[in-house]
Design a binder for this molecule. Sequence first.
Ligand code: FBP
Length: 552
Amino acid sequence: MKISSLQQARYEYSPKLPGMLRHGISEISVLEGEETQSVADQEKIKELFPNTYGKKEITFQKGKNTSPAKKQVVGVILSGGQAPGGHNVICGLYDALKATNSENELYGFKNGPSGLIDDDYLIFDDAYIDEYRNTGGFDIIGSGRTKLETEEQFAIAAEVCKKHGITAIVIIGGDDSNTNAAVLAEYFAAHDTGVQVIGCPKTIDGDLKNEDIECSFGFDTATKTYSELIGNIERDANSAKKYWHFIKVMGRSASHVALECALETQPNICLVSEEVAAKKMSLSQIADYIADSVEKRAAKGMNFGVAIIPEGVVEFVPEFSKLIAEINELLAGSKADEFNAIETWEEKYAFIEKGLTKESMEVFAILPVGIQQQLFLERDPHGNVQVSLIESEKLFSALVADKLEQRREAGTYKGKFNALHHFFGYEGRCAFPSNFDSDYCYSLGYNAFMLIQYGYNGYLSKISNLSKPANEWVAGGMPITKMMNIERRHGEDKPVIKKALVELDGKPFKYFEAHRGEWAENTCFVYPGAIQYYGPAEVCDITTKTLALEQE
Ligand code: FBP
């Protein structure tokens, strides 16, 4: 029986390459640009990367392919959280590699960077690859969060590459994984292994971007998926007119996802963590800000609304970070066992009250009991509170409810406030990639192979001009060291790719800032609907509002 499904149809989709990569492998030549400098701390980065620093930016163009005709054996790794389009990076890489020489081979190291160290792999063939074309997920080889960062790991990686005759490794990951890709590239060069390393920019969080990388892949599909769901909830809210929906969206620290969803759906409220930090807002101020919208809407007879909360916001509230730091200290080492041995919550509360400073206790005291308990239940392997597990959507709705009660007593608020809660994260990370992510990811992979073929090491696959139709996209590569600066991490100075937070003077935030007052008081919802894969380009190939505003 022939099964018709979107999945079947997507296998047949032909991703669009940038114009300059469309002429066939023999017609792709390199244009070398200027030598590069790191964005900051040039001397230090140069010293740390003597073999890979200062290399030239490159762009591909139509022309005779002059790359050496050697057999390539490439290994690929998926690193970190899933992002729609990861399969297409591998498909693009595979297609370029086989189109160049059918003897070339592609190894997939399983379950993330640890697959390289454990020498756990599969070798791709056409049949295997065809099952994953234009599909979401990372299940093609699995992903993991092990970091490749120690000399010992690098030495094992070099051995594994030697054993299989691997000539290049492609690391598909976020800012940390690509930082580590640069360190591995330097190690391979310094030890004359002959193995190249190329990175590809992945993360739905959208925080791997800079003047060279316009966006990380997966952001487009994930935000479109969340925006569809938020739009559906807005329509329900506007139909039933009886609930306030508090919706937390993923994005570990940056608020790009929340902001993009707000630009797409025009909710009543969207918190932006970077603004909370810049204005040093307290929990009480944030709750007042939301309560103002609830009160104004209630005065117009609208006891409903939608508020978007970025996942990482509580860490950006200064008083809350201080509280977390004190709790980590309070439970450090054996004190955690002492705490856990206490039987009742009342006794535990007394223990906490004794251990926290007066200011932190004041913050702790206003939290709903459920949140207070969450702060003491979930610890990460380093013994820290896992802030991402805090149900901040419930925290803020509870704080808003308290504020509204006070206002009711003061006679300024007479409405009804019923809150519902949602968390959108995993719903979007493995969605079928949008046409944009299908095309972008395939191009990143295809392009990564061209960088390998031309002998580049320590480069990030770069596709730019992304707000234009794919034909006008520009393909090339940028040395990863160009994107690095020195930051203090775990008490040490480290070379890292700078994480891109939302810029408060950037066009996406400025647009939001100019409109949010009206959105807060009135009902200006926009219902984006589901991602469209087939139909007119102006519906199916549109990029994010963030990218469109940044490039207008
Ligand atoms: P990456 O930075 O690895 O792409 O992952 C980002 C992310 O999707 C965040 O939005 C989220 O906080 C985190 O992963 C959750 O990861 P996990 O499911 O491993 O806890």
